[in-house]
Design a protein. Sequence first.
Lengths: 74, 260
Amino acid sequence: MAKLKGSIVIDKEKCKGCGVCVTACPTQVIAMSDDVNSKGYNYAEAVNMDACTGCTNCSVVCPDGVITVYRMKV
Amino acid sequence: MAENISPKTIIKPENLVHKRSSVLTDNTMHYCPGCGHGTAHNVLAEVIEEMDIQQDTIGVTPVGCSVLMYNYMNLDMQEAAHGRAPALATAIKRLLPEKYVFTYQGDGDLAAIGTAETIHSCNRGENILIIFINNGIYGMTGGQMAPTTLEGMKSSTSPYGRDKQMMGNPLKMTDIVATLPGTYYVTRQSVHKPANVRKTKKAIRKAFEYQKLNKGTCFIEIVSNCPSGWKMTPVESNKWMEENMFPFYPLGDFKVPEDK
């Protein structure tokens, strides 16, 4: 069976660090960074990209639309 | 084999599955972190993008947190006086009947100062889409009590919780407009979880399709959070909303067209 592999790109400068994507991700790919962006928010970052299936949940719930999702069959 | 694929291989234009809608401008939204307004803007923009009606859509913005919505949507937008968005949308739709017209209003705008305009527009059955964001509080002005504030809910003007005897009952606008003959499609959705966002998107798409058929007013309530006004983190506020708002404002369709 074909497996889906996903990858996300987060615009960390526009991220406001709300953390909604972290709870929306079914495979715990995203976590909040310890660093802050230029506005002082702890931005979201992908810590476990290998587990990403490209389900788009994080991108769909992101209030600021900072997550872009890519997916391919392997 | 599959585990060794690097993100660089996947991140290619042909593999793109979801991104910020092109109907939204590049401006960073002024909303607080985790606010449902941003998600609601995203889904609305996505529907407009998918239906390819960007050139034919006119939005009416309210007074409230979403007053600057015209900075974020790459559409023709008109700012209405406080609460008067359905009246203005009525005029726009009657003058330009081939355009898609929507209003986007919060609970302070639609359920308080604009109650008359809302009810009469729905009663006349104007062919507009009314999107009602209900977070149970006046967010922009500093978290005061709104007509939709739940009983016992604390706000800056009801610090001991809303008292029914003194401040009256929370107003269920969606239930009211569903009883009016002019409305065609009335539903209540939310945007706090991926599944709910997808349902909201379907609802907005249906509403625009009904508008094309001149069927009457479509009314979509989106129960949303207000992390700053409720004094919670975004994730906590979403949980609080599920536990407290949804029992009083249950999600679902209130009025669906019979002729499918």
